[in-house]
Design a protein around this ligand. Structure first.
Ligand SMILES: [Zn+2]
Length: 212
């Protein structure tokens, strides 16, 4: 699969980005490109292998599997992508972020992540294991669900934060545990701190390339 579009000029890439505190699993690839408009894009690319598991919601139909993957992709792309990361001081050029995926059901794949989705009637426990590269979701994780007073989120959008290497912020020992709007807490807002998994690489790349 070609990650880049024909009008995107590759400036730098990194294919060994780790996620999570243990930093073991190769979590995603990064591409820094210049677009036709003269502005820049950071592309986060993930190869994801899906497995579908029967649960108390019954069996998956082939069409339902594809529908889940398509909705998962569009949810992540609209929630996590399309954001401005920074405007360069000197040139005033903008750097935005985009997420791209290569997905497959079953079979064999040199993937970054394996996601198993259980078909359920009520929510099951979802989690991300950054050590093994395994993710567990359920068929309701694409549904907007109230998590705290006025804050709702889709489980899949939150779990994706873990796939980037971010930690839960609702835990007692987290300094952001009262910031309920946050995607890593109970809400659906992506905040500047959530860009940490790729900003260091991006800033180093800008420095190395003399892009200001
Ligand atoms: Zn979590």
């Amino acid at each position: 699969m070609t990650v880049l579009k024909p009008d995107e000029k590759l400036i730098a890439f990194e294919k060994d980005v780790k996620a999570g505190p243990l930093a073991i699993n190769d979590a995603f690839d990064l591409y820094f490109v210049e677009t036709q408009t003269g502005h820049y894009k950071l592309i986060v690319f993930m190869r994801v292998q899906f497995f579908f598991e029967e649960g108390n919601g019954g069996k998956w139909q082939a069409q339902e599997k594809n529908q889940f993957i398509n909705q998962w992709k569009s949810s992540i792309k609209s929630m996590w992508g399309g954001r401005l990361l920074k405007t360069l001081k000197k040139s005033k050029k903008r750097i935005s972020i985009e997420f791209r995926f290569e997905t497959q059901i079953d079979g064999f794949m040199f993937d970054h992540w394996e996601i198993t989705v259980e078909k359920v009637k009520s929510f099951a426990r979802s989690y991300v294991n950054p050590r093994t590269g395994n993710v567990k979701l359920d068929s309701l994780d694409l549904k907007l669900t109230r998590k705290h007073a006025n804050h709702s989120q889709k489980g899949a959008d939150h779990e994706f934060g873990h796939m980037l290497g971010l930690k839960d912020e609702y835990l007692d020992d987290n300094p952001h545990n009262k910031d309920y709007r946050s995607i890593m807490n109970s809400g659906a807002t992506i905040l500047p701190r959530h860009n940490a998994p790729y900003m260091k690489w991006l800033n180093n790349t800008l420095k190395e390339q003399g892009i200001q």
